[in-house]
Design a protein around this ligand. Structure first.
Ligand SMILES: Nc1ncnc2c1ncn2[C@@H]1O[C@H](COP(=O)(O)OP(=O)(O)OP(=O)(O)O)[C@@H](O)[C@H]1O
Ligand SMILES: [Mg+2]
Length: 269
């Protein structure tokens, strides 16, 4: 059974969709089977990947029984990964997803499409609303996106509280995979100061070592609707996502190996 990871943030526009697309694509190129699910009624992944050129159906049509779980995913042209769009076009569609989150149908629909993949990335809408809560309920882990701006110090505790609530009420196994600093401007004194304050208020292990720098290439890639590595000159920009993929795997490995010390030292054979 693969892992379901929600990419979430308290604030909007901090690189959730970019991370789901670029991290997902990196893991796919490393040989993993990957599904991206656009669970944002604003259609982040669907737009960022040009999915709408190929299909208009998605989660909302699955919820309405207009498409089956087998037929809702679309494979990328290069065959590297699959994507399920939100399928949302009208305000009524948004309400449909929100209602489904409330009555548990969204969770069931997502569980129904996740089988057979090594990694499933759920691209969440910003905030701590009902859809995000539903996504966390069916996830193994969450990647929390942070931009080092002053408000992050206020918003982080709100998100951590939601995680505690979801763990307590619905999903005790939910892991905080890590907080990921993005759009990092290393030469901005205010950002450096904010990161320092963040590091003092939350345990260091909570953060991915990898930081995604601010780079206009991400914007260009969004316009072209491709992972940034596919842009001419995009390889260097994409490198932090390769590092992030490696770090994710390192964390999984270390978690898997942890356990009873006596057992560990008993010999491998
Ligand atoms: N590291 C980066 N440097 C510069 N621009 C970036 C970076 N990451 C993402 N962007 C750009 O910032 C914009 C917002 O990113 P993205 O859509 O991934 O954020 P989001 O958190 O999914 O937003 P929303 O909350 O609206 O869903 C996009 O135009 C994207 O190309
Ligand atoms: Mg988004």
């Amino acid at each position: 059974m693969g892992r379901i990871l929600t990419v979430a943030s308290q604030k909007g526009g901090v690189g959730k969709t970019t991370t789901a697309l670029n991290l997902g694509y990196t893991l796919a190129r490393l040989g993993h089977s990957v599904l991206l699910v656009d669970a944002d009624p604003q259609g982040g992944i669907a737009i960022a990947s040009n999915l709408k050129k190929k299909t208009d159906v998605g989660l909302v049509n699955l919820l309405r029984g207009e498409v089956s779980a087998e037929d809702v995913a679309v494979t990328t042209k290069d065959g590297s990964m699959s994507i399920v769009g939100s399928g949302v076009m009208t305000p009524a569609d948004t309400v449909c997803i929100e209602d489904a989150a409330r009555d548990g149908q969204l969770q069931l629909a997502i569980q129904g499409i996740c089988g057979g993949y090594d990694y499933v990335f759920l691209d969440a809408p910003a905030g701590v609303g009902g859809i995000v809560t539903s996504l966390l309920t069916v996830s193994d882990g969450v990647i929390l996106m942070l931009r080092c701006r002053s408000l992050v110090l206020k918003s982080l505790p709100i998100f951590l509280k939601l995680l505690r609530e979801v763990r307590f009420q619905h999903n005790p196994a939910l892991q905080l995979e890590g907080a990921l600093v993005t759009m990092w401007q290393g030469d901005n004194e205010l950002e450096r100061q904010t990161l320092k304050e963040l590091a003092q208020s939350v345990p260091e292990a909570l953060f991915f070592r990898t930081v995604i720098p601010e780079d206009d290439n991400f914007e260009h890639a969004s316009i072209k609707a491709v992972p940034v590595i596919l842009l001419p000159g995009g390889r260097e920009t994409a490198r932090p996502y390769l590092e992030l993929a490696m770090e994710l795997k390192e964390r999984e490995l270390l978690r898997g190996i942890g356990g009873d010390a006596d057992e560990q030292t008993d010999g491998l054979f």
